[in-house]
Design a protein around this ligand. Sequence first.
Ligand SMILES: *Cc1c(COP(=O)(O)O)cnc(C)c1O
Length: 358
Amino acid sequence: MSGLIRAIIDTQALRHNLSVIRAHAGRARVIAVVKANAYGHGLVSTALALRDADAFAVARLEEGLALRAAGIANRVVLLEGVFAASQLEDAAHEGLDLVVHDAGQIELLQKAGSAERFALWIKIDTGMNRLGFRPRDFSAALARIRALTPAPRELRVMTHLACANERDERATSGQLARFREAIRGLGYETSIANSAGLFGDIALGCQWVRPGLALYGASPFDDATAAALGLKPAMTLMSSVIAVRHVGQGESVGYGAAWTAQRDSMVGIVAAGYGDGVHRSLGSGTPILINGKRASLVGRVSMDMIAVDVTGRTDVEVGSRAVLWGEGLAVEEVARYAGTIPYELLCSVSQRVPLEPR
Ligand SMILES: *Cc1c(COP(=O)(O)O)cnc(C)c1O
């Protein structure tokens, strides 16, 4: 057997996706978003594979520190900024860029008197209503930031799109209009687009784009596959069949007897469960590749195992390869069976699953 569950990370695919993104980005520079362990792909190994990116973005200070500890020298943007003086000092020491999205963060900078050590990205809330200064508060915030002494080393402005993945053009153009209005005449570099903004054929006119999901070869849209966007899946989550058994008509499989054989059946047991990040909400009928061919999950996902209907197949035996998602089976499709989005499945891959670069 070639091993139980593991996530094969295709570093060529990561680099390919970055080049596709560059083609879409035109002259804009690319901030590769590697938060949440690079969407489950491994923070440091992914950043090393994507060293050509103009910058990296992470959500938390610890993620930025881990990149620096691994020797990654690219610009690193902390998307939520910092929340305490000690974090500010760590960020300065490691040369991390900060997003500034509220008044408390300006105060931190003021008190520390160390703004010259930072490149700041001021976030404007143009409709997401999560982080950022409201457009009507932005000029006051900017004035306070410009009054910092010493002055920040660099200043840029950014916003985040709420509905680009739904292709809601009215919402997106409203956000863009509020953004343009807020920054009119200022001349700062801007950053707007996530993956959906970048691939959504919207005229963004920003100098920095911030793709995450697309780097990993998944589509942010319901109506376009990753392949149609020219992207290749970077993660293939695979495991092996560890048992094959006959299940007679009328017999049930797994916890809660949630699936009952309607005919004499053959069931393969695969070493993959919710302990590995395979969501329990994946029900009977979820596709899974066995030896490269589609089969259906049956019964409940348990912690370490799932069952797969392989009735009529003569090629399935202990050791047969199972693919949960990735090459040959898009994570977007599997996510729909779980009632979620590819982001969540990728991020859920648990610590006991080894990440194996290919
Ligand atoms: C996560 C994140 C992104 C990347 O979004 P994708 O949809 O994965 O491309 C970009 N910007 C911000 C602020 C984010 O939090």
